[in-house]
Design a protein. Sequence first.
Length: 465
Amino acid sequence: MFPKNYHYFIIIATLTFTSCSNLQQINALKPEADDASPIVYETSPSFLNLPVTIQMQDIENKTNALLNELIYDDATIEDDDIEMKIWKLAPIKVRNENNKIITVLPLKTFIKYRIGTKKMGIEMYDVREFHLNGILTLSSNFSLSNWKFKTKTEIKSLDWNESPTMLIMGRNLPITYVINPAIKLFKSKIETKIDEAIEKSTDFKPNVLTALEKISQPFQINEAYESWLRINPVELYASDLKLKKESVQIDMGLKCLMETHIGTRPESIFDSHKIVLKPVTKIPNQITTNIIAVSSYHSASKIITKNFQGQEFGSGSKKIKVQNVTLWHKNNKMVIALDTQGAVNGTIYLTGFPKYDEQKKEIYFDDLNYVLDTKSRLMRTANWLAQGLILKRIQENCRYSIKPNLDEGKKTILNYLTNYSPIPGVFVNGKIGTMSFEKIQLTNNAILANLKINGTVEVTINGLK
């Protein structure tokens, strides 16, 4: 005879059995993450256009600093009967005229000239002194050699403010015949002094190397994911000099490698002693560089989790909902962990290769499939969930856009291409052109989408300090 509460036990047992038959618990083995070292990669050579602009005013200022006060001194009268000193009377002016550098030098002179002879050991001289002032105009052709201007200067004219005369036998007579020989004597020396002064005043090597050193310092692209951009100069080119209005322009180009590092800040490997200036006829100004769209596994997991909100997979009583998604890497693949509730409770693991959809600017996962242990357990407990149709629907939700990352990266780079000045007188400007996808890489905590960028960069050196 059955007890009074027998039917009660039967009902409970039936409900329990029914519940257990409809709800499955899966306890698949979790694939452990690999240790992916930070990635360093090298791009193909890039070219940066470096137009150097040197203002005539800068040349003028430095020439005045180099040629100051007494600029010529011939204190010996015995060799040629002339003793001469020349001072700069007023600031030197430098200008462009018919593609030549014109130097205007106001000067004053002290000339001691002796007339006479020496006969039979008796000296018979008449020594006269003159104080004159005038304007000396010089014309210089120019070229570029070893980082400096090379000029060939010639005296163009000498205009006296008052006509040189000398009192001879009670009369003031013109003494041009005296002054002209004196000019011939100091002509080559004063031309050489002007050449030396212009060469020293236009030495732009320190400015260029200092600018390159600053530009070569790695700068941070993304602080959160420790991404750095480093520029490694390889070769420097220069075309012929050009005079444009009141400036001298040199078209220069830098061949360099642009590297992006993920992790700690890389060291600068710039070596100024290895930079050689090479003459060329034309400078390319197109750059090719790489930008990284950094997407942390944490942020990617949050985005994909939102994709699954409000969705069910399966039919009838065999349905699941994905409550949470977690990503990590293993063996160059992505592991996607889906925490599910419904007909199957627990975590199911999938793996796939991250790919990039150029048109949609999205990262998705190709060849997505269940991890082997997960699949074998599903075959025993919930074979319907292992079927391809449900897996395909899950795969459609395992993707996310990196367009915000791209926009952030471009914005960061544009900060360094909009009148960026690493040192006084040096300005970096440029434009970003086309962008094309290169490859996907995985690190310890992020997916990296590497994209190639074409554009132009100009580093203008304006002014000599």
